[in-house]
Design a binder for this molecule. Structure first.
Ligand code: ASP
Length: 592
């Protein structure tokens, strides 16, 4: 791979095949040990580590080796030899050989490290690790994650390139592209008082490319969303963005299945296509979420009818008021739970929004431990199909709230009780989303996806009369409880587009001001088209079995959107602001 140069004839791992040859390597000092007059150095390059031995005969070299510090950058030369049988290390690809070094050149010496590269378990705090991200990147796990990311991207491109998708770049300095987040804005110096927005996605451009006749587009592209950073979100992230003309849902879905099969294969995971399909309504009803984790059961069961006759005031009241009584069974979980654990569960449910929680654990011979003593509960285990030692958790609430709480408890309890199998992969498509959702706070309809999503043709007529019942031609792909991506067939009729914008509260003037260019384009010959975007960071995180998307990004930001390495974001000079015609009204936060 690497041609012979002043610095190296081989990589560290490549040199393992060069026993008997004269070899030159360059890399970082990983570790040093002095042992009975002999000095051992592990030198590390991107491929891995190679053990160097310096014997006393190599007089100049051993002296220099003794003075090396961790992470000094060196070039060494010597003879590649097999190790003594007693010192062979089977766990390393280079563990059967070593370089008997006789020449050593220090290319650059390193100051003391902020944290150890070699000891990957030595967790420095995140701020420090990100400040010295380039040091952290030298760690094997980080390096391999970025290599895997590169391989996944290659695999995805191969599918798309093969199928005639054209890689096209779209502008980064643009107008707002609504995806439900705040925009990052960039002041325009040449038109003071005007601002570019960084794209939340290339949505409108990819649609314009379809109107432009490109038929098949993709882009692996940075997108920007200024959100309050929840766990594992980044203000800039990468999407695999796709759009095609003359397609229906199924065409995009099967393309994406081919992409995901290829991508997961890079991580040694075999996915089977087609993935199952589930409607949004079923996902919510059975799992309490639109991204159900199908690696385990624990489906939500309805007990409203029985509860309405139970004689227990709270249950009856809730059902009479139009609410529901529903629950889940966690196999085997109840047996080991004390009264305190079970009461803790009630508190946990309340913390995530439940008004209360009734628990029951069937014991031997029909006995039942439960949080409320009521005869009717005796029928609970049978109704729920629960066996001895199982935990039954029941909530009574408005349907939406009950589903939400049970959906969350389902995931937490499965995790806590070890019910999620290792290395299981359960992709699915969720389809049949509502086009819009009622925003109670602002008393208006919001797009469930974005306002360019097409309603199902059969629902177009009731966009005004019954908006909440309109189903979108949209689809999300979900894996193990995480949304990997989402997309839709788009509106390609200017009249319908106008009505869709009106539905979310945009009058004709505002629609024209913000999206007049799209409405005009839709008048000029728009093919039927649709697409989807996959979140690349999350996809690679899953394939790499990493704990966070930060682990698979080269230079991620902290939870507050900062980059401790460069100090971004940072105040700028007054002169620069003046030139931009921008005044800062909020003082920058105090340094430190
Ligand atoms: N633009 C959408 C998004 O970023 C994806 C799509 O509809 O293709 O989520």
């Amino acid at each position: 791979m690497i041609g012979s140069s002043r610095y190296r004839t081989h990589t560290c791992v490549g040199a393992a095949d060069a026993v008997g040859e004269r070899v030159r390597l360059s890399g970082w000092v990983h570790r040093r040990r002095d042992h009975g007059g002999v000095t051992f150095i592990d030198v590390r390059d991107r491929s891995g580590v190679m053990q160097l031995v310096f014997h006393p005969e190599a007089a100049g070299a051993i002296e220099a080796a003794k003075g090396l510090h961790p992470e000094d950058v060196i070039c060494v030369e010597g003879d590649m030899v097999p190790r003594d049988a007693a010192t062979v290390n089977d766990r390393l690809p280079t563990g059967g050989v070593e370089l008997r070094a006789d020449r050593l050149e220090v290319l650059t010496s390193a100051a003391p490290m902020p944290f150890s590269v070699e000891d990957e378990g030595a967790e420095a705090n995140e701020e420090l690790r990100l400040t010295y991200r380039y040091v952290e990147l030298r760690r094997e796990a980080r390096l391999r994650a970025l290599e895997l990311r590169g391989a996944v991207v290659r695999a995805i491109r191969a599918v798309l390139d093969d199928e005639g998708f054209l890689d096209v770049e779209t502008p980064m300095l643009t107008r707002s592209t609504p995806e439900g987040a705040r925009d990052f804005l960039v002041p325009a110096r040449l038109q003071k008082g005007s601002w570019y927005a960084l794209p939340q996605s290339p949505q409108l451009f990819k649609q314009l490319l379809m109107i432009g006749g490109l038929e098949r587009y993709y882009q692996i592209v940075k997108c920007f969303r200024d959100e309050d950073l929840r766990a594992d979100r980044q203000p800039e992230f990468t999407q695999v963005d796709i759009e095609a003309s003359f397609v229906e849902q199924e065409d995009i879905q099967s393309l994406v299945e081919r992409i995901l099969v290829a991508a997961f294969a890079e991580g040694g995971v075999t996915l089977t296509a087609p993935f199952p399909r589930m409607t949004y309504a079923d996902a919510i009803r059975r799992f309490g979420t639109d991204r159900p984790d199908l690696r385990f059961g624990l489906e939500i069961q309805d007990w409203s009818a029985q509860a309405a006759e139970s004689g227990l005031g709270v249950f009856e009241g809730v059902v009479k008021g139009g609410g529901v009584v529903r629950g889940i069974v966690v196999p085997g979980a109840g047996a080991g739970m004390s009264r305190k654990d079970l009461d803790g569960l009630v508190a946990e449910a309340q913390q995530i929004g439940a008004k209360g929680l009734v628990w029951a654990v069937p014991g031997e011979d029909g006995a039942l431990r439960s949080s409320v003593k009521a005869d009717f509960l005796a029928g609970l285990p049978e109704a729920f199909g629960a066996a001895e030692g199982d935990l039954i958790a029941v909530v009574a609430d408005r349907e939406r709230d009950a589903q939400n709480v049970l959906g969350m408890l389902r995931g937490r309890l499965a995790e806590r009780h070890g019910l999620i199998p290792d290395d299981a992969w359960e992709p699915l498509w969720v389809v049949g989303f509502p086009l819009v959702e009622w925003n109670e706070g602002e008393k208006r309809w919001d797009s469930t996806h974005h306002p360019f999503t097409s309603p199902r043709p059969e629902d177009v007529d009731r966009m005004e009369s019954d908006p909440g019942a309109v189903i979108a031609d949209a689809y999300d792909v979900v894996m193990n409880g995480l949304e990997l991506g989402g997309g839709s067939i788009r509106i390609n009729d200017p009249g319908v587009q106008q009505r869709a914008l009106a539905l979310i509260g945009m009058d004709a003037d505002e629609a024209d001001a913000r999206f007049g260019f799209l409405l005009r384009a839709l008048e000029l010959g728009a093919p039927p088209h649709g697409g989807l975007a996959l979140g690349l960071d999350r996809l690679v995180m899953l394939i790499a079995r990493a704990a966070s998307i930060r682990d698979v990004m080269a230079f991620p930001k902290t939870a507050t959107g900062g980059d401790p390495l460069t100090g971004a974001p940072a105040p700028v000079d007054d002169a620069q602001l003046k030139e931009l015609g921008v005044a800062v009204t909020a003082p920058p936060p105090a340094a430190g």
